[in-house]
Design a binder for this molecule. Structure first.
Ligand code: FES
Length: 108
């Protein structure tokens, strides 16, 4: 991870295990996932189309897009089920003072 500026996306307690929330920062949308107590941050928009992955169905460590039911492996961002084929961008999540933080510059 770069030594850039960390920005808070949401409270870590806002994301229950097995769930995701949508977070915005500087015009970008992120999906914050809690997979068995581990926090992961991906782009919110599906790589296949306009589906919002934070509104998807989380099953174990995968999320199913609500739009065409493509699937992604949340810890790696890898697409695991068609029609999704392109991986998700991931940001390294850090918990600081109870907030999930990322460095947005990781993907600039
Ligand atoms: S928009 Fe997500 S699978 Fe098509």
């Amino acid at each position: 991870m770069k030594d850039g500026k960390l920005v808070p996306l949401c409270g870590v307690s806002d994301v229950a295990p097995g769930c995701a929330v949508r977070a915005e920062n500087a015009g970008c949308s992120y999906a914050v996932f809690n997979i068995e107590g581990r926090i992961y941050v991906t782009q919110d928009e599906c790589t296949h189309g306009p589906g919002s992955l934070s509104e998807g169905y989380v099953l174990d460590d995968e999320v199913e897009c609500p739009f065409h039911q493509g699937r992604f492996h949340v810890p790696t961002g890898r697409a695991t089920c068609a029609p999704a084929t392109e991986p998700l961008k991931m940001w390294s999540a850090q918990v600081v003072d109870g907030n999930v933080c990322i460095d947005p510059a990781e993907h600039e």
